[in-house]
Design a protein around this ligand. Structure first.
Ligand code: NAP
Length: 269
């Protein structure tokens, strides 16, 4: 495992206006003197992020699921002479926990489009630029849901598992040319749960985005190709590896037993 040098790198981060992406951007700009081109859809939120981080953070409105907006981003980068070293595909959505049903097909497509296809398309758009850098890197933010599927998260788990598999193949294929890493955070207190009823519980026990981002950046610097953060993510990973479906059924039993409002639509009745 060789160390990754972040110093004064140029990074492109999707989902940089809040949560984990924002905190990673803040650390890269503040501690490592990086230039970060931060992407998100909501301009006001992005501008607020820029105000908090400072001049090294360049806000750029871009819905990464849109081909034309990705093309605008590439043009902006070329026109301004930026030479990206790192691409961090972090934007993501998690629909409220709910069991899968035929009406959920549109939701599944939407989740796959952002959490998987958009990141794959960003990778292919940026690969030529990253190959020109002497420290090209791709970091894809998957989830603990890629390490063990939980009930109520079928679409999300599928999208994150696809992203993890894609990232691991890429890491082997481009070994020695581009550093490729997959990040699997456990539950983290962010706006990801803002549309979930009863989500206040997350803030009570989950670590902050700042804490998660610090761990992620530290491990990126160590050159880790798979980064798992959070006690729940480690538990899910170890449980699934050691006990397979037995562990998944135990986690599911636990979720059913706690009867928290956030999980109320998780099981088919
Ligand atoms: N929080 C957790 O417990 C947790 C656990 C495991 C994995 N993760 C993963 O970590 C990543 C970051 O999530 P977070 O928890 O930090 O969530 P968050 O606070 O909700 O941040 C999501 C970010 O993505 C942006 N975004 C959403 N759709 C986008 C699109 N189509 N194009 C560009 N940007 C878009 C959002 O801004 P706009 O809405 O303005 O576009 C926002 O900046 C996600 O991939 C998530 O799945 C989170």
């Amino acid at each position: 495992m060789s160390k990754y040098n972040l110093g004064s790198a140029c990074a492109v981060i999707s989902g940089a206006s809040s949560g984990i992406g924002f905190e990673i951007a803040r650390i890269l700009c503040g501690k490592y003197g990086c230039t970060v081109i931060g992407l998100a859809r909501n301009k006001e939120k992005l501008d607020r992020a820029a105000e908090r981080i400072g001049d090294n953070f360049i806000p750029f409105v871009c819905d990464v699921t849109s081909g034309s907006e990705r093309a605008d981003l590439l043009k902006y980068i070329a026109d301004h002479g930026f030479k990206p070293d790192i691409l961090i595909n972090n934007a993501g959505i998690l629909p409220p926990f709910s069991h899968f049903s035929p009406e959920k097909e549109d939701e599944l497509e939407h989740v796959m489009e952002l959490n998987f296809h958009a990141h794959v398309k960003m990778c292919s758009a940026f690969l030529p630029m990253l190959l020109k850098s002497d420290r090209g890197a791709i970091v894809n933010v998957a989830s603990s849901a890629a390490l063990a599927s939980l009930p109520g998260t079928a679409a999300y788990s599928a999208s994150k598992s696809a992203l993890l598999s894609f990232t691991q193949s890429l890491s082997l294929e481009y070994s020695g040319r581009i550093f490729v890493s997959a990040v699997c955070p456990g539950m983290t207190a962010t706006d990801l749960f803002s549309s979930h009823e009863g989500a206040s519980i997350i803030g009570k026990f989950a670590p902050s985005a700042e804490k998660a981002a610090k761990k992620i950046v530290r491990r990126l610097r160590r050159g880790q190709r798979k980064i798992v953060t959070g006690a729940d993510a480690h538990l899910m990973s170890i449980g699934n590896r050691l006990f397979g479906t037995g562990a998944l059924r135990f986690f599911s039993f636990f979720i059913k037993s706690v009867k928290l409002p956030i999980f109320k639509n998780t099981f088919y009745k």
